[in-house]
Ligand binder design. Structure first.
Ligand SMILES: [Fe+2]
Ligand SMILES: [Fe+2]
Length: 156
């Protein structure tokens, strides 16, 4: 009776975008307060969010979504996908920088480091929210075209 349902590309993208947008919006509010806080729980849960949602989502798009559009799309589509990849590179560089600073924080407790982590985090979520919105507006229609048969209906 158990049926294995593997989400199609469009369903997966839309679901993950919903989760990313919700969590990023939460952290955009929460991160600036961290510098005044006393524990690092928020920073740790933000680090988990980066790994579980942003890094893995970008990888999925680059492995499973972008190549097909690059192969089948027109010049405009190709330029668009290249600009999304450039966003990924820029955001992932910020993420990497965040983790380097997080390692430093583990070695030495330093209020200015917490402040800098918080600022870096806000930068990451701001850029990610912008990126996800662009994808919602322009990438999802392309997925519908280039992944035919995906999510033809939302109900049985
Ligand atoms: Fe993306
Ligand atoms: Fe995305």
């Amino acid at each position: 009776m158990t049926q294995q349902i593997k989400p199609d590309a469009l369903t997966r993208m839309m679901t993950e975008h919903g989760q990313i947008t919700e969590k990023a919006a939460f952290f955009r509010q929460a991160l600036p307060v961290i510098k005044m806080g006393k524990n690092h729980d928020q920073i740790n849960s933000f680090a988990a969010f980066l790994n579980e949602f942003i890094v893995s989502h970008f990888k999925y798009e680059e492995d499973a979504i972008f190549p097909r559009i690059l192969e089948r799309g027109d010049g405009q589509d190709i330029d668009f996908i290249r600009s999304l990849k450039a966003d990924h590179v820029r955001i992932l560089a910020l993420v990497e920088d965040f983790f380097v600073k997080l390692d430093e924080l583990l070695v030495q407790e330093n209020p200015s480091l917490i402040e800098s982590l918080s600022a870096k985090g806000v930068e990451i979520v701001t850029q990610t929210l912008q990126h996800a919105q662009t994808e919602d507006e322009r990438l999802i229609p392309l997925v519908r075209i280039h992944f035919p048969g995906t999510m033809t209906s939302g109900t049985p």
